[in-house]
Design a protein around this ligand. Structure first.
Ligand code: 5GP
Length: 193
């Protein structure tokens, strides 16, 4: 998606060599016009898949996920993180290691919002090592819901997340694919949409 690539070039900042800061338009301040275009790209990529729910993880997946859910006319569910979560039959629960925060958190979705009839599109802002998306796939699996695909705004293709998800057998659509953040430069390879 050229508009996203252009915006990353213009307003993205490299932190610590392998982390990209996009707080000017995605993760803190949000550009709703860009979000609408992002949602349209995911809609075009998955409109034949019979999507019934869009699933993401808090916090920064929520904005693109809700724009995308609106395009499909379906609910958006965000998995919640909680440190003091106790076992509860009403929850789907798994552990996710956070790439940026470097902590493991328990994430959960209320069982009543996902069922075996659901066809899920998972949305997240970044794909790095794939742990967030893998955790969301696991929550869908616990509900016997089918995962029809994963839509990613920014894939860091030099990290192993995409390979992990493709090995699980899920279709990945990444709008911007970054091949390198070395030497203070953001290099791209062709995106999926
Ligand atoms: P993964 O689970 O694929 O290792 O990492 C994905 C999650 O980590 C995303 O939900 C995103 O919030 C965060 N993340 C990973 N890499 C970056 C990055 O370069 N910049 C930002 N802002 N977040 C990232």
């Amino acid at each position: 998606m050229q508009a996203l690539v252009d915006r990353i070039q213009k307003d993205g900042n490299i932190l610590n060599g392998d982390v990209l800061k996009v707080d000017a338009f995605i993760t803190h301040q949000v550009d709703p016009v860009l979000m609408e275009e992002i949602a349209e790209s995911f809609y075009q990529a998955f409109k034949e898949a019979g999507i019934t729910k869009v699933v993401t993880i808090e916090a920064s997946g929520i904005v693109p996920a809700v724009y995308t859910a609106q395009k499909f006319g379906v609910p958006m569910i965000y998995a919640r993180k909680s440190k003091s979560l106790t076992m509860n039959e009403e929850l789907l629960t798994t552990e996710v290691y956070s790439f940026t925060k470097q902590v493991t958190s328990t994430v959960s979705i209320s069982r009543k919002f996902l069922s075996k009839e659901d066809k899920v599109l998972i949305i997240d802002d970044f794909l790095a090592n794939g742990q967030a998306a893998k955790g969301l796939i696991e929550l869908c699996r616990q509900a016997d819901a089918s995962v029809e695909g994963i839509g990613i705004l920014i894939e860091k293709s030099f990290q192993p997340g995409r390979k992990l998800l493709e090995e699980i057998g899920v279709k990945v659509v990444s709008l911007a694919r970054i091949s390198s953040l070395e030497n203070g430069k953001i290099a791209f390879i062709e995106g999926d949409a």
